[in-house]
Design a protein around this ligand. Structure first.
Ligand SMILES: NC(=O)c1ccc[n+]([C@@H]2O[C@H](COP(=O)([O-])OP(=O)(O)OC[C@H]3O[C@@H](n4cnc5c(N)ncnc54)[C@H](O)[C@@H]3O)[C@@H](O)[C@H]2O)c1
Length: 346
C-alpha cells in the first residue's frame, strides 16, 4: 500500500470528521499529500482535535456546496475521497433539505468540478448500508434491491448514482462503498443521533446505562474504522474496482444485545436496559442487516481483521486518553430518544 500513495495527492471532503480524519492520518503515513475540505457543520463529527495540520495535511474550512472553492480544491488531486455530507438519518425525518443540498447537490458540485478541472482523479464515495432498506435475505450482497426508508438513505443512493454517471459518461474513475456501522476513535461522542456503537462505548465509559431498543435482537455488522479505511484505500488503488459498488462491513452478525454485553465486558463498567422504540426510530428501523463482503474480498483481498472486542478496547483506549476533546458536557438528549424503560441488566 505504501508505494501506491507515496508522493500522491488526495483531497478528502469531510476530512475533519470520523472516517475522514482516520483516512487522512493513514494517507499521510503512507506518504500522500492530503488536503482536507470540511465545513465543520455543528453537531456533525468534525473535530479540530481529530487531525493536526502539517506539511502532509492541509486543512480548508469550506463547504462542498460552494462551487468556487471546490473548483480550486479538486485541481491537481490524484484521489478524491468524498465523505462530506449530511450524516444523521433521524434529522432527515424532520428536515429533508440538508440531505438534498449536501448529499445530492453537494455531490454534483464535486463531480462537476472534477469534470471541468480534473477528470483524471480517482473518486471514492462512502454511502450507507441504509440504501438497501429492509432486506429479505442475509447476508446482503450488492445485487439486493434498494428500498431506502428515509431521505438520508435516498440521498446517499442518489449520490452514488450521480457518481456512477460521471464514471460511465464522463470517464471519471470512481467507486462507491455502502458502509455498515463503523465505529472507533475520532467519532463524535456528544450525542446519540448517529454512531450508536461509539455512543454506547461513551455510556459504558461513564458507567452509565445504554438504552437497548426492542428486545435487543436486531442484527448489525459492526466494522472497526481502521478496517474501513483499509477498504477505502484498496478500492481506490484497484483499477478493476472503478465503476463498481462494494459493501464494507463484517460478515459476522452481532445483535445489539451482544454488542452491549461486549462493551460492558471490555469497559468493565456500564450497563444496559431495554427501552421502547420511539415512533420515529421505529418507522426508520430497517430490521436485521449484515453484509455479504465477498465482492470486495474478491476484487481487492480486503477483509476486516479487527475483532469486536479488540475494536472496542482500542476505542476505549483512545477516548480514555483524549476524552476532554470529545465530551465534556452532559448528553443533549433529543425528545425522540426518551424511550420508556422496561427492564435492566448489568
Ligand atoms: N460512520 C458510519 O458508520 C457511516 C456509515 C455509513 C455511511 N457513512 C458515511 O460516511 C461519510 C463520513 O461519515 P462520518 O461518520 O465520518 O461522519 P462525520 O460527521 O464524523 O464526518 C462528516 C464530516 O463532513 C463534514 N461535512 C458535512 N457536510 C459538509 C459540507 N456540506 N461541506 C463540507 N464538509 C461537510 C462535517 O463537518 C464532518 O466533519 C458520510 O457520508 C456518512 O454518511 C458513515
Amino acid at each position: 500500500m505504501i508505494e501506491k500513495f507515496k508522493g500522491k495527492t488526495a483531497l478528502i471532503t469531510g476530512g475533519m470528521g470520523f472516517i475522514g480524519s482516520n483516512l487522512a492520518i493513514k494517507l499521510a503515513e503512507l506518504g500522500a499529500k492530503v488536503t482536507i475540505l470540511d465545513a465543520m457543520i455543528p453537531d456533525y463529527g468534525g473535530n479540530v482535535f481529530n487531525v493536526t495540520e502539517s506539511e502532509k495535511i492541509r486543512i480548508n474550512f469550506c463547504d462542498i456546496r460552494d462551487p468556487s472553492a471546490v473548483d480550486w480544491l479538486v485541481r491537481g488531486q490524484d484521489y478524491v475521497f468524498h465523505l462530506a455530507g449530511q450524516v444523521c438519518h433521524l434529522m432527515s425525518l424532520s428536515n429533508p433539505f440538508p440531505d438534498i443540498e449536501m448529499n445530492i447537490t453537494g455531490t454534483a458540485i464535486v463531480m462537476e468540478a472534477l469534470r471541468k478541472h480534473n477528470p483524471n482523479a480517482i473518486v471514492v464515495y462512502t454511502g450507507t448500508r441504509g440504501q438497501y432498506g429492509s432486506v429479505v435475505s442475509m447476508p446482503v450482497n450488492e445485487e439486493a434491491p434498494t428500498n431506502p426508508k428515509g431521505i438520508y438513505e435516498i440521498s446517499n443512493l442518489t449520490a452514488e448514482k450521480i457518481i456512477k454517471v460521471y464514471n460511465d459518461v464522463h470517464g471519471i474513475r470512481s467507486c462507491s462503498l455502502r458502509l455498515s456501522n463503523i465505529y472507533g476513535p475520532r467519532s463524535q461522542m456528544m450525542h446519540s443521533r448517529f454512531g450508536v456503537a461509539n455512543w454506547f462505548i461513551r455510556l459504558a465509559m461513564d458507567d452509565d446505562t445504554m438504552q437497548l431498543f426492542g428486545d435487543g435482537s436486531i442484527l448489525r455488522d459492526f466494522c472497526y474504522v481502521d478496517d474501513c479505511v483499509d477498504a477505502i484505500l484498496r478500492v481506490a488503488t484497484t483499477p478493476e474496482c472503478y465503476g463498481e459498488i462494494f459493501n464494507v462491513g463484517s460478515d459476522i452478525p452481532v445483535s445489539f444485545r451482544e454488542l452491549c454485553d461486549a462493551i460492558v465486558k471490555v469497559a468493565k463498567s456500564g450497563r444496559w436496559q431495554f427501552a421502547e422504540f420511539s415512533p420515529e426510530r421505529k418507522a426508520q428501523e430497517p430490521g436485521d442487516f449484515y453484509s455479504d463482503i465477498s465482492k470486495i474480498e474478491r476484487f481487492t483481498g480486503w477483509r476486516p481483521h479487527t475483532t469486536l472486542e479488540d475494536g472496542i478496547a482500542k476505542t476505549i483506549e483512545y477516548y480514555a486518553k483524549h476524552r476532554d476533546h470529545y465530551w465534556t458536557k452532559p448528553e443533549k438528549t433529543l425528545p425522540a430518544d426518551k424511550e420508556k424503560v422496561t427492564a435492566t441488566k448489568r
